[in-house]
Design a protein around this ligand. Structure first.
Ligand code: DGT
Ligand code: CA
Ligand code: CA
Ligand code: ZN
Length: 574
C-alpha cells in the first residue's frame, strides 16, 4: 500500500505549497481531499489505475488521475517538482505550526527572509516582526505555542498511519525465508495513540541474512544499522523501524522486553528480584539457570502473574491487578455489534446511506446509526429540518429494502455556544439517536465550555457527546473543559460518551476512558466514517478503550439491537 501513502503525501505537499502561493482555495481543498481519500483506500492505487478506474475514487478528476498515472509510471510528478522550486523546503514545513497560516508565513518569508524554524524562532523573539501588518503580541504567543505543540508531537506518528505500515512490513518480513513468528512490539503493540518508532521482532537461525533482506525492502529509504541480531532503517515516509531477530528459546522474553513499556518492565524486574530471579530479553534466570523464555505466558507465570494484555502494560496498576487475579477482561473488536456515528452524502459523507449500510453489514454489524450534521455545520453541509425529514424517509425505505442490518435514523447535532442544540426538541425527539458535538467556538474559557457541554447533556433527547474534547492528534489541543464534570453529569443522567475511532481523534483518549468507566459511564466506540473503508478504523477506537481498561459491559455498542433500542428509549424516559 506504500504508493497510496507516497501519492497522498505528495498531494498534501502540493496543497501546502499552493497555500503559500495563495492559490485558489478550491484547488487546494481538492488536493487535500484527494490526499486523504487516497491514503484511506483499502486497495493498492496501482491496481485501480490498471483497471483505469482512478476517477472513481472520490475527489479524483482526470487532472489528478493523470498525475497519479505519471507517478506510477515515472516515480515522480513534474508539477510537484516545479512547485517545490518556488520556496525553501524548510519554509513549507512550517505550515504544520498551528496558529501560523500560509498568508502570514508567505509574508514572513518575503519581508523578513524567514526560511526555516530557526529563522522563525529568532524572529519571534525580535522586535522587527511587530512591524508586520497583523502581527501583535497575541499572535506571536499563539505561534510560539504552536511551535511548542509541534515539537511535543515532534516525530511521533499517529497509530492509524503506523499500524498499516507495520502490518505491511510484517507481511514482507514473514516472506523472508527462515523467519517465523514475525510480530510488532513496542508502543505499536501497546496500541499507543502515537508511536515514536516501529519495533518488530522475528525468529530466525541466520539473523544476518534476515537483517540484510529486511534492509532491502522497497519501503526502506536509509539503513541506520545492520548487524546479525538487529537492523534499523528509515522508511520513505521518515519513520524509523527497528527489527530484532531472536532465537526460539528467547522469543517470549524478547517479545515481553521489547513490548515495554519501560515503566512496566522496570516494575516486573523488581518483582523478579524479590523472588531471587533475574529477567532480561533472553529469559528469566535463577542464578545461571534459564527457567523461562519461549513464550510471554511463561515469563509472566514464573513471576506468578497472569499474562497481561499489551495495551495496559503501562505500570498503571496492571501488575498489582495481575498479582491479585483482578485483571480486566478487555473489550474486543469482535464484541462490537454496530457503529453509531457515521456520515453519508446527505451531509459531508462520500457515499449513500445504502453503501454505508451494506459495508457495515459486511463487517457483521447488526445496526448502524446514520448521523449526518445539523444546519450550523455549513461546511459539512448540515441538514435543514426539511432535508432531515426527507432523509428519514429514505432511511425508512432502506430499512424495508435491506435485510440483516438496521439503520437507526440519527443526527450529529451541533452544540451551540450556550449549550442548546441545533435542532428544536420536537425535531430531536423524532430521531432514533441524537449525538451531540462541538464544531465551533473552540476557544471558550474552561468554565463556559464545561457549562456548554453539561447543558447539552441535559437536553432530554441527547444520547451521547461525541469526540468530547475535540483534540486532533498533533494538530489541535483538547478544548479547555472540565472533563470530570462532564463525566459526572453523564453518569447522573445515564448518558454515554464517545470514543471516536478516527485516527487523529481517538477522543476520549485512554486516560479519560478510564475515568469514565470508573465513574460508571458507558462509552460508545464509533468511527465517524465518511467513507465505507473508514468503518475499519473501529479497531483503533477499541484499542483506545482497551488502553482505558474498558470491558465489554462498559461499551454501549456491544449490546444487540434489542438491548440498544431499550437503552436509547430509557435514556429519554429518565
Ligand atoms: P516509542 O517508540 O517512543 O513510541 O515507545 P516504545 O515503548 O516503543 O519505546 P522504544 O522503541 O524506545 O523501545 C521499545 C521497548 O523496548 C520499550 O517499550 C521497552 C523496551 N526498552 C527500551 N529501552 C529500555 C530500557 O532502558 N529498559 C527497559 N526495561 N526496557 C527498555
Ligand atoms: Ca517503538
Ligand atoms: Ca525502538
Ligand atoms: Zn461526525
Amino acid at each position: 500500500m506504500s504508493k497510496n501513502r507516497e501519492i497522498g503525501d505528495i498531494f498534501d505537499r502540493i496543497a501546502d505549497i499552493l497555500d503559500l502561493c495563495e492559490d485558489n482555495p478550491f484547488r487546494i481543498r481538492a488536493y487535500r481531499n484527494a490526499a486523504r481519500n487516497i491514503r484511506e483506500l483499502s486497495e493498492n492505487i496501482e491496481d485501480i489505475a490498471e483497471r483505469d478506474e482512478l476517477t472513481k475514487i472520490p475527489g479524483i478528476g482526470t487532472d489528478l488521475a493523470d498525475k497519479i498515472k505519471e507517478f506510477i509510471t515515472t516515480g515522480k510528478i513534474n508539477h510537484y517538482d516545479e512547485l517545490k522550486k518556488k520556496f525553501p523546503e524548510g519554509l513549507v514545513e512550517l505550515l504544520a505550526i498551528q496558529g501560523l497560516g500560509p498568508k502570514t508565513l508567505a509574508k514572513l518569508n518575503k519581508e523578513l527572509g524567514i526560511k526555516n524554524l530557526d529563522d522563525l524562532e529568532r524572529a519571534l523573539d525580535g522586535k522587527e516582526i511587530l512591524t508586520l501588518r497583523g502581527m501583535g503580541v497575541k499572535k506571536i504567543k499563539d505561534i510560539k505555542r504552536g511551535i511548542e505543540l509541534l515539537k511535543q508531537s515532534g516525530e511521533r506518528m499517529p497509530l492509524g498511519i503506523a499500524l498499516p505500515l507495520a502490518e505491511e512490513l510484517i507481511f514482507e518480513i514473514s516472506r523472508i525465508p527462515g523467519t517465523e513468528g514475525t510480530i510488532a512490539a513496542g508502543s505499536l503493540r501497546r496500541m499507543k495513540e502515537t508511536v515514536g518508532d516501529i519495533d518488530i521482532l522475528t525468529m530466525a537461525e541466520n539473523g544476518e541474512r534476515v537483517v540484510k533482506a529486511f534492509t532491502k525492502l522497497s519501503l526502506v529509504k536509509e539503513v541506520l544499522a545492520a548487524g546479525d541480531t538487529k537492523g534499523s532503517v528509515i522508511l520513505k515516509n521518515g519513520m524509523q523501524v527497528d527489527l530484532r531477530v531472536v532465537e526460539p528459546g528467547s522469543y517470549g522474553a524478547a517479545l515481553q522486553y521489547f513490548t515495554g513499556s519501560k515503566a512496566h518492565n522496570i516494575k516486573l524486574r523488581t518483582i523478579a528480584l524479590d523472588k531471587g530471579l533475574k529477567i532480561n530479553e533472553y529469559g528469566v534466570f535463577r542464578g545461571t539457570e534459564n527457567i523461562a523464555g519461549e513464550t510471554e505466558e511463561e515469563i509472566y507465570k514464573t513471576l506468578k502473574l497472569a499474562w497481561i494484555p499489551p495495551e495496559i502494560r503501562e505500570d498503571k496498576g496492571e501488575i498489582e491487578a495481575a498479582l491479585n487475579s483482578k485483571l480486566p477482561n478487555l473489550v474486543e473488536l469482535r464484541d462490537i455489534r454496530g457503529d453509531l456515528h457515521m456520515h453519508s452524502k446527505w451531509s459531508d459523507g462520500k457515499v449513500t446511506i445504502e453503501e454505508m449500510a451494506l459495508k457495515a453489514k459486511d463487517l457483521g454489524y447488526e445496526y448502524i446509526a446514520m448521523t449526518d450534521h445539523s444546519p450550523s455545520s455549513r461546511i459539512a453541509r448540515g441538514l435543514s429540518v426539511e432535508r432531515l425529514y426527507e432523509k428519514k424517509k429514505e432511511v425508512d425505505t432502506l430499512n424495508k429494502k435491506i435485510k440483516g442490518i438496521k439503520i437507526l435514523m440519527g443526527s450529529e447535532v451541533d452544540i451551540r455556544g450556550d449549550g442548546t442544540l441545533d435542532y428544536p426538541d420536537e425535531v430531536l425527539k423524532e430521531l432514533d439517536i441524537v449525538i451531540a458535538s462541538v464544531h465551533s467556538g473552540f476557544k471558550m474559557d474552561r468554565e463556559s465550555m464545561t457549562k456548554r457541554m453539561v447543558n447539552a447533556l441535559h437536553n432530554p433527547f441527547v444520547h451521547s457527546i461525541v469526540h468530547p474534547t475535540g483534540r486532533l492528534i498533533g494538530e489541535r489541543e483538547a478544548y479547555e473543559v472540565d472533563m470530570d464534570e462532564v463525566i459526572k453529569t453523564a453518569k447522573a443522567l445515564g448518558k454515554a460518551l464517545e470514543v471516536n475511532s478516527y485516527y487523529l481523534r481517538l477522543d476520549l483518549n485512554d486516560i479519560n476512558v478510564r475515568k469514565a468507566i470508573q465513574t460508571g459511564v458507558k462509552i460508545v466506540i464509533s468511527t465517524d466514517a465518511h467513507l465505507p473503508d473508514q468503518l475499519g478504523m473501529m479497531r483503533l477506537g477499541v484499542a483506545t478503550a482497551r488502553r482505558g481498561w474498558a470491558e465489554k459491559k462498559d461499551v454501549l455498542n456491544t449490546m444487540g439491537l434489542k438491548g440498544l433500542t431499550k437503552w436509547l428509549n430509557e435514556v429519554r424516559d429518565k
